[in-house]
Design a protein around this ligand. Structure first.
Ligand code: IMP
Ligand code: MG
Length: 188
């Protein structure tokens, strides 16, 4: 267990309030990245008190190798985002290559703005510096599953976030972590 269900609920609710304040009165298009962010996005939207639309983009890392930086689009957006404020909702930013690719891809469609909201940030493995204005938790360099995230398409339905130990090869940290404090949420 890395992050129990109640901590996820608390933090997602805080993020929902922050986003609602930031985009109050603005035209907000939430874009959730499938499959990993579907649970987070569903909870985040219900924690938001402002009007917004939701659309999905499906991506798959090439040959199932996360971190390769090669991304295949399996489902594109249904609606145009031109002129709109986009919130890109991701499960986890690891090397940052996927999110960087998505940012560039979305910016080509001429939105008014694009901001990243990521539930988890594995910043120790970052290869590309990315601003993450809305971030749930900073986590150590461990492989996690649950709350939408998978290992070989399994464990997405766990209600908490757990560390997956692969043959004991990776020394896992088992303590429960705390969320980012408000004063450091803007660093990345
Ligand atoms: P990046 O391109 O290295 O930032 O990888 C981001 C993507 O890799 C995420 O959206 C996840 O789909 C996947 N990923 C990275 N780390 C993990 C993990 O610990 N568990 C499950 N999926 C992960
Ligand atoms: Mg993902």
């Amino acid at each position: 267990m890395l992050i129990p269900q109640n901590r996820l609920q608390e933090r997602v609710s805080e993020l929902g309030q922050e986003i609602s304040q930031a985009f109050d009165g603005k035209d907000l298009a939430v874009v959730a990245i499938l499959k990993g962010s579907f649970v987070f996005a569903a909870d985040l939207l219900r924690a938001m008190s402002i009007q917004c639309s939701i659309d999905f983009m499906g991506i798959s890392s090439y040959a199932g190798q996360p971190g390769s930086g090669v991304v295949r689009i399996t489902k594109d957006l249904d609606e145009s985002i031109a002129g709109r404020n986009v919130l890109l909702v991701e499960d986890i930013i690891d090397t940052g290559l996927t999110a960087n690719y998505l940012l560039h891809n979305l910016k080509q469609r001429k939105p008014a703005s694009v901001d990243i909201c990521a539930l988890l940030d594995k910043s120790a493995r970052r290869l590309i510096d990315l601003p993450i204005p809305y971030r749930g938790f900073e986590i150590p360099d461990v492989f996690v599953v649950g709350y939408g995230m998978d290992y070989q398409q399994l464990y997405r339905n766990l209600p908490h976030i757990a560390i997956l130990r692969l043959n004991g090869g990776q020394k896992a940290r088992s303590e429960t972590i705390e969320s980012d404090q408000a004063d450091n949420k803007n660093e990345s």
